[in-house]
Design a protein around this ligand. Structure first.
Ligand code: 5GP
Ligand code: MN
Length: 335
C-alpha cells in the first residue's frame, strides 16, 4: 500500500469517485464519508457514497445523507457507480467482510482502492494507496488530516465541519476516551473557527431518539444486564422477542454496551444482539484488557483495544455460553 500523500497531487483532476464504509454506518463512518464527499466535490469530482446497508434515521440530518446509496436496497445503482468509478475510498473499515454483502463487489472493482482507517490489522494488500493509523481517534480526524495535509484546509466549510465533528465526537465518547489526544482538541478548535455549531451536532446525534428507544433502554438495564463480578464483567443479551416488543430499529442499540462500564469495577462490557442473519457482539473495556484480541480469538471480529465487535452463526444461548467460557479462560487478565 502506497502512502495516501501520493494522492494529494492528483486531487485537482476531476474523476469519478466512489466512497464506501462499513455496514450499518455509525456517525464516524457516515461523517467521514460525507465529509470527504463534500471536500472532493469542491474540486469538481463526481462523487457517490455507497453504504453497504441502511443506517440509523438519526443520521439523516447529515448534509448529503439523502444522496447516499444503500447497496442492499439499490444494488444495481451501486454496481453501476462501482463500474464507473476511477477511485474507490474505503473509510472506517480495513477488511472487506465488514461491508457484508458488498464485499465481493469490492474485490471485483478494477479502479484504484484507497484506504483511510484507524482499526487494527488492516488487509493492506487490497489497497493501492492508504493510511492506517490506530493512534487516530476516528476516521473523521483522518479525513481532516487528509484535507489539511493536501494543502486545502481553506475548503473546509461549515458542512464539512459538521460531518467531521459528528464522527470525532461519537468515536471519542464526546471527548472522554483515552484516544482523545491534544490534536483532536486542536482540530475541533479549527472547526469552530469555520463556524461549527457543535451543540447542534450533539443534539442531532444524542437528543434525537424516539420514546421506544428509551423504554427499551430501561428494560435492558433492568432485566437483561447480568453481572459477573468475579470476572469484572457485565453482559447484556438481547433476544429477537425484545427487539420486536420495543420495535427496535437500526441505531437504537448504539451506545448500549457502554452503560455497564460506568459500574464500579467493571472492566469488560459485552452486548450480544440476536439479529436475523447473525448474533452480533460488541465489546468495550477499560484499562488493559484487549477486546480486539478477545473478539478475534472467540467471535470472528476485531476493532480496537478498548472497543471491538464480532459475530457468530451460533444461537443466542450457545454464543452466551461460549462467552462465559471465554471470560473464565481470561480470568487473570480481567482481574
Ligand atoms: P461496534 O461494537 O460499535 O459494532 O464496534 C466497535 C468497534 O469495533 C468499531 O470501531 C467497529 O468498527 C469495530 N468492529 C466491529 N466489528 C468488527 C469486526 O468484525 N472486525 C473489525 N476489525 N472491527 C470491528
Ligand atoms: Mn471509527
Amino acid at each position: 500500500m502506497k502512502s495516501i500523500t501520493e494522492i494529494y497531487g492528483l486531487l485537482s483532476t476531476p474523476r469519478r469517485v466512489a466512497i464506501t464504509t462499513h455496514q450499518k454506518p455509525d456517525p464516524d463512518a457516515m461523517g467521514s464519508s460525507l465529509g470527504l464527499y463534500h471536500f472532493l466535490r469542491s474540486f469538481g469530482h463526481e462523487v457517490t457514497v455507497i453504504s453497504p446497508t441502511n443506517w440509523a434515521s438519526w443520521l439523516n440530518w447529515m448534509p448529503g445523507s439523502d444522496k447516499v446509496i444503500d447497496f442492499e436496497s439499490f444494488p444495481d445503482k451501486a454496481q453501476e457507480v462501482l463500474n464507473q468509478a476511477e477511485w474507490l475510498f474505503c473509510l472506517d473499515f480495513n477488511i472487506f467482510h465488514r461491508t457484508k454483502n458488498l464485499s465481493p463487489k469490492l474485490y471485483d472493482v478494477r479502479c484504484t482502492r484507497i484506504l483511510i482507517d484507524h482499526h487494527q490489522q488492516p488487509d493492506a494488500d487490497n489497497f493501492e494507496y492508504g493510511v492506517s493509523d490506530t493512534s487516530k481517534s476516528s476516521t473523521c480526524e483522518m479525513i481532516y488530516d487528509f484535507i489539511v495535509g493536501s494543502g486545502h484546509k481553506d475548503r473546509i466549510n461549515n458542512v464539512i465541519a459538521e460531518c467531521l465533528y459528528a464522527g470525532v465526537m461519537a468515536d471519542t465518547g464526546s471527548f472522554r476516551f483515552a484516544s482523545t489526544h491534544a490534536g483532536v482538541h486542536r482540530m475541533v478548535a479549527e472547526l469552530k473557527e469555520k463556524g461549527l455549531d457543535h451543540a447542534k451536532v450533539h443534539e442531532n446525534i444524542y437528543d434525537n431518539f424516539l420514546e421506544n428507544r428509551f423504554r427499551f433502554l430501561g428494560h435492558v438495564l433492568m432485566n437483561r444486564m447480568e453481572m459477573y463480578y468475579e470476572y469484572n464483567t457485565a453482559l447484556i443479551a438481547i433476544s429477537k422477542k425484545d427487539l420486536l416488543r420495543f420495535q427496535v430499529k437500526t441505531g437504537d442499540t448504539e451506545g448500549l454496551v457502554n452503560y455497564p462500564l460506568s459500574i464500579q469495577g467493571i472492566k469488560l462490557a459485552a452486548l450480544v444482539i440476536d439479529r436475523d442473519e447473525e448474533r452480533k457482539w460488541s465489546f468495550r473495556s477499560k484499562g488493559g484488557f484487549d477486546v480486539n484480541a478477545f473478539s478475534r480469538k472467540y467471535f470472528n471480529g476485531g476493532g480496537h483495544v478498548n472497543a471491538s465487535g464480532g459475530r457468530t452463526a451460533d444461537s443466542l444461548e450457545t454464543t452466551v455460553q461460549k462467552f462465559l467460557e471465554a471470560i473464565k479462560e481470561n480470568a487473570s487478565a480481567l482481574q
